[in-house]
Design a protein around this ligand. Sequence first.
Ligand SMILES: [Zn+2]
Length: 90
Amino acid sequence: MRIEPRVLHRIAAKCDEITMPIRPPPRHFSCPACHWSKTVAPVSDVLVPGHDHFAACPKCGHAPLDSKAAVAMPAVFGQIANTLEKWFKR
Ligand SMILES: [Zn+2]
């Protein structure tokens, strides 16, 4: 998919209106062994192991943990970008 810079600009402006600061989505970690769980919301795209990223359970050491995005932002953003691109091409 190729998006012209001017289209990207308009998409970015549109996203500001919809109010979506571009930041990593919160992630939910859970341990299948002891049911420890934690949802973290990174303040930047730099993940800090043991703070906003967990490779293993801090409680029982089980790895790997189940982890999933608490919000499916990238997919949603892709759909919005596609839709807006169609609108702007009219
Ligand atoms: Zn555990």
